[in-house]
Write a protein that binds this ligand. Structure first.
Ligand SMILES: Cc1ncc(COP(=O)(O)O)c(C=O)c1O
Length: 415
């Protein structure tokens, strides 16, 4: 990609928040921003922002920016630092800086390479163990881990199996594991240490099955068994094999998943299976685990939520002003808090980000269209019907009225 863009743009910025480990193991080849023996672009400067706290040993906020000079352009360090200081506190947090040093020292070869190798190996062992359990259950259902159909029987194997192929290459190789439609071959690679665990109920094409197990119920179950999940989607959740994850740790999650399957089959009462959750939401107390799964699944299917959330991202978005101009309305106090029924046609001053999937739907300066307003109305209705399973929408302001009803607003440019 660097080669393709070089000469067309002055700067190439890689968001490597989740990939700071890639440079320390040959497995990742050139599927990351910059590496020791790789050629610099002729003209374009390369920037990579990495969150050291996500994958390496940094403490929170230990993010950094890597800069690679091109063959002809050098970074103006003074100006870069001036720009950087605009966005940071004037009081350095030395423990964060020290943790960056520790993380860097840990990654020095050969120890660093071994640590990354170990985490890839643990991730592959986990994937193999999940397949083994699947085989043991035979025709019965089991959680799937998203990834290539075939993985090596032992060791970490080679990266080529993890590269996402486009349509033509997919057909030629007879592989179809990733589920993405049209895409260029060889631009994306799935990092094996990121495991997306898929629950039954929704297939890759967005079709709902008769029965289903929403991922949020599984992750609540795991939380009550001491496993805190990184991210939860509708029918999938995400765990990471960062440095230091051992067999003992992933094995206890596997055991908890088997326990879930068992409790689901017996439709065990919620008060017994998820006591902490039920304490907060007593309305589910007398339901069985399978009943609750079906209750939430039926609501997701009724509203065709997977299609709805995909379509709203593909809807026509109209920018009415520059993001910086819209955002400036906040400092100028020229904003208005608008209830969702009146949002259509209004301009947002902030980001609007539903979670899942956690991707901004609107950026400052864009206009709320009908599709998006319909989605917000759906979220309001769903939240009222299914407390405890709310769609979290960053950017919406929640306020409880005098009638006890929750109302939702977004901050807009004042008319
Ligand atoms: C893709 C991506 N980029 C950037 C960030 C921000 O990372 P940081 O914690 O370093 O601010 C995140 C945070 O989750 C992310 O997922």
């Amino acid at each position: 990609m660097k080669k393709l863009l070089d000469g067309y743009v002055e700067n190439i910025h890689f968001d490597e928040a989740w990939l700071p480990h890639a440079a320390f193991h040959p497995f990742y080849g050139s599927y990351h921003a910059m590496g020791k023996k790789r050629k610099r672009p002729k003209e374009a400067m390369v920037y990579s922002t990495q969150s050291i706290h996500k994958l390496l040993a940094g403490i929170s906020q230990a993010s950094h920016v890597l800069v690679q000079d091109s063959q002809t352009v050098k970074l103006d360090k003074h100006l870069f630092n001036e720009a950087y200081l605009m966005h940071t506190s004037t009081s350095p947090q030395y423990s964060i800086i020290a943790s960056c040093d520790v993380a860097a020292a840990m990654m020095e070869p050969p120890g660093g390479t071994a640590l990354v190798e170990e985490s890839i190996l643990e991730a592959l062992d986990f994937r193999r163990a999940m397949r083994k359990v699947d085989d043991e259950y035979g025709q019965d259902w089991w959680f799937k881990v998203w990834g290539p159909d075939q993985i090596v029987e032992e060791g970490i194997g080679r990266a080529d199996k993890w590269i996402l192929k486009g349509e033509a290459a997919k057909a030629k190789a007879g592989v179809n594991w990733h589920g993405f439609g049209k895409m260029a071959t060889d631009f994306n690679m799935l990092d094996p240490i990121k495991a997306t665990i898929v629950t039954p109920g929704l297939d890759l094409s967005g079709k709902f099955a008769k029965q289903g197990i929403p991922a949020s119920i599984v992750t609540k179950f795991l939380a009550e068994h001491g496993v805190v999940v990184e991210k939860t989607g509708l029918y999938s959740f995400f765990i990471m094999f960062t440095i230091g994850i051992t067999k003992g740790r992933w094995n206890s999650m596997l055991t908890a998943l088997q326990q879930f399957k068992d409790d689901y089959a017996k439709n065990q009462p919620m008060w017994r299976v998820l006591p902490e959750f039920v304490q907060k939401y007593p309305r589910y107390e007398k339901m069985g685990l399978a009943d609750l799964c079906q209750h939430v699944h039926a609501l997701y299917a009724k509203y065709d939520i997977a299609r709805l959330t995909t379509e709203m991202y593909l809807s026509d978005l109209t920018p009415a002003m520059k993001p910086s101009d819209a955002y400036a309305h906040i400092a100028l106090r020229k904003t208005e808090r608008v209830e969702i029924d009146h949002l259509q046609g209004r301009i947002t001053v902030g980001l609007v980000t539903p979670y899942p999937p956690g991707i901004p739907l609107l950026i400052p300066g864009e206009v709320f269209n009908k599709k998006i307003v319909d989605y917000l109305k759906f979220a309001r209705e769903f939240n009222a019907l299914c407390p405890g399973f709310e769609t979290d929408i960053h950017g919406l302001v929640e306020e409880e009225g005098e009638d006890g009803k929750t109302r939702y607003y977004a901050d807009c440019v004042r008319n």
